[in-house]
Design a binder for this molecule. Structure first.
Ligand code: ASP
Length: 282
């Protein structure tokens, strides 16, 4: 069974004209990730590919289009996890890497560590020829005009490959006008993302809330005693009890796909074996 679900953020999307474009792009990301899975690529390669499409698109808060911190700088975070090995790679506070998810993957594969930050992370990427981009690349017209009060355009993907392995990846510019040096949930294993050999999940929303309930790992409190859908529902209830607002996408080793949120919506798209076309929406 091959399956993939991607998200393009949970939040209060206010610009109607952007909603349809963003739905189309998350659908494209899921479709492209799925075609890799169909060609026997690993779940890791599928989630990286899916996340890169969203990082490259200026309407998402990841890679190009990342929200600026209060000093007007870009500081991006990303994380990745391979379910069967429990290998982890994460980066935080990086400023010039074109695709932060690629750097997270490099940390997972080439470093003895799990998590690198700032200049040290970028130096590590340089050694392996990671692609950098100038500040102008990240700064889009949308950011210059961005409206207040919007959150949740982070991106993420979870995939199940032919061999039964699951992977999860996340990438974000963090929250708007954040304090310099602020790191949210996204690169924190367990909070922003988690994968083992039975399920994988990625969360999105207010990072400070997501951390309180260790949201992506929290599914393990319930699953597999109850279904994935019911587990996701419980996680959202726990989040709400902690006064949090966020969303989550998940899939399990049987190809069950689920998502939940208590924000206005979540941009998501998914496809798996047996489906004739990708499903998506906000
Ligand atoms: N969770 C991310 C953060 O707090 C933001 C988001 O998901 O949009 O950095």
């Amino acid at each position: 069974m091959r399956a993939i679900i991607v998200h393009g953020g949970a939040g209060d999307a206010k610009k109607a004209e952007e909603i349809s474009v963003r739905v189309e792009v998350v659908k494209e990301s899921a479709t492209e990730g799925y075609s890799l899975l169909k060609n026997s690529s690993s779940a890791i390669d599928a989630v990286v590919h899916a996340v890169k499409i969203l990082e490259d698109h200026p309407l998402f808060d990841a890679g190009r289009g990342s929200y600026l911190n209060e000093e007007g700088e870009v500081e991006m975070d990303a994380g990745i996890m391979e379910g069967d090995t429990l290998f982890i790679g994460a980066v935080a506070g990086i400023k010039r890497v074109k695709n932060p998810v690629e750097l997270a993957k490099l940390v997972m594969e080439k470093s003895p560590h799990n998590f690198l930050i700032g200049e040290g992370a970028e130096e590590f990427g340089k050694k392996y020829g990671i692609e950098f981009a100038p500040f102008d690349y990240f700064l889009t017209e949308r950011l210059i005009q961005i409206w207040k009060g919007q959150y949740g355009d982070t991106v993420g993907a979870v995939a199940l490959d032919d061999t039964g392995h699951i992977a999860a990846a996340v990438s974000t510019g963090g929250t708007q006008n954040k304090h310099r040096g602020r790191v949210g949930d996204s690169p924190l294993v367990g909070s922003g993302f988690y994968a083992n050999d039975i399920y994988g999940a990625v969360s999105t929303g207010i990072g400070e809330d997501i951390m309180k309930v260790v949201m992506s790992f929290r599914i393990m409190l319930y699953y597999p005693s109850i279904s994935l859908d019911e587990s996701v529902k419980k996680v959202i209830e726990d989040l709400a009890k902690a006064n949090g607002k966020a969303g989550i996408i998940a899939l399990d080793r049987n190809g069950n796909i689920s998502f939940g949120y208590n924000t206005k919506g979540i941009f998501k798209a998914f496809i798996k074996d047996g489906m004739t076309e990708v499903e998506g929406g906000y």
